[in-house]
Design a protein around this ligand. Sequence first.
Ligand code: AMP
Ligand code: ZN
Length: 492
Amino acid sequence: MQLYTSQKLQVHNSLSGKKEVFTPLNEGHVGMYVCGPTVYSNVHLGNCRTFMSFDMIYRYLKHLGYKVRYVRNITDAGHLEDEGEQEDKISKKARLEQLEPMEVVQRYTVDFHQILEKFNFLPPSIEPTATGHIIEQIEIIKDILEKGYAYEMNGSVYFDVSKFNKKYTYGKLSGRKLEDMITNTRDLAAQDEKRNPQDFALWKKAEPQHIMRWPSPWGDGFPGWHLECTAMSTKYLGETFDIHGGGMDLKFPHHEAEIAQAEASYGHSPVRYWLHTNMLTLNGKKMAKSTGNNILPNEIFSGQNDILSKAYSPSAVRFFMMQAHYSSILDLSDDALAASEKGYLKLMEAMNQLADLPTGKTTDFDITSWKQECYKAMNDDFNTPVLIAQLFEAVRQTNLIHDSQASISQEDKEELIQSMSVFVYEILGLENNQDMGQDRDTLSGLVDLLIEIRNSARANKDFATSDKIRDDLANLGVQLKDGKEGTSFSIK
Ligand code: AMP
Ligand code: ZN
């Protein structure tokens, strides 16, 4: 019997605006698609927050016993700076840096994977690239043209939003109305080859200087960004699948366009549950590549940045992210990270001490109901902050057991150790590699203290004590060296 039969998961569906009981299309199986990065620059911590939320969601679904097919794409073509532009982000970067576009793609895909590995992400089941699915995209465009919801113009193909809106509803995910959009953009219409400013490119003609180009029935060009996700999600998950995720900033126009494309082509909505993560902010503003208001993960791990007072480990940062619900705004600051690091270290210390809990008579700590509370938190739309509060409740209870010289039954102890490691390591994805920097600081502080005590022992001619300090430290692998400038030490 899999866990999902007894744990009733509820998720907040952005399409309905409500929490809904999660029932996958095919029992026991979950198909999940998450929009991946556009690989034209290093991923910043904001991007990582969104991917980390879905890593946690993937981990929990797997823990519940679902067979999850998790597809997270790599956008390596087609992402325009904005709808009116002729050049995509990767081509532009390649032109500016005088690189082959695929060199840009390779460099930042490798960076993305390295960062995610440091954060202890699970790899998705499939990581398709847009450039690997040009044929599939062309097929969908042909289909949408045939159904009358797109038109060709000078070698580009555009989705006809107004026509689509006559039969379907454009804007239902983001809560926008086409009439309002039209009123707001009337002035722009004249400058565009599109029939309406709301129309978006399915295929874009490549100007002669555009490096990334593929042949198509409409001439050389490149696919539209929104279409990539429709092509890749359909190919690997089908015309209808369970979960589609991404950051809230992608709701419009990207996800709205994905819904329209699928409805125009297949005649029905593609996604059963839309999940959107909220933004990581810095100085109260959205972290973004374009504005420069961002921090890179490696700048945090190394401490080389102008924003934070010290370096933080990947696990401390992961813990910081997990302390907020994925749908709340989270602001990054030195104080907030420092507080999270403290919490993380406290949790890890407790994890390390669980094995030493004295067993014998039982305490009041009811492990079964505590565990239910942990599941209740996760089943309530993946509420990690509430889960973490429950984990600290367990820490508090174990401290009580230690302090009161009480004990816990062997059975409860095993259950507690097992459950704690499931929630902490398997589901939250934390690693127990306490900040080595902090350990080193503590260690050198302690050795300096012993050197001081040894110096005063020598000054008092208490050579027995001074020799003992030197020899015992040597046995621990700490070598003292007396020099002109005082005593220094090295650690084996
Ligand atoms: P991009 O590479 O710009 O397409 O973004 C990749 C993912 O990161 C998308 O799902 C975005 O919604 C998400 N994202 C971008 N900025 C932030 C942010 N400040 N906080 C959280 N997620 C973000
Ligand atoms: Zn997408």
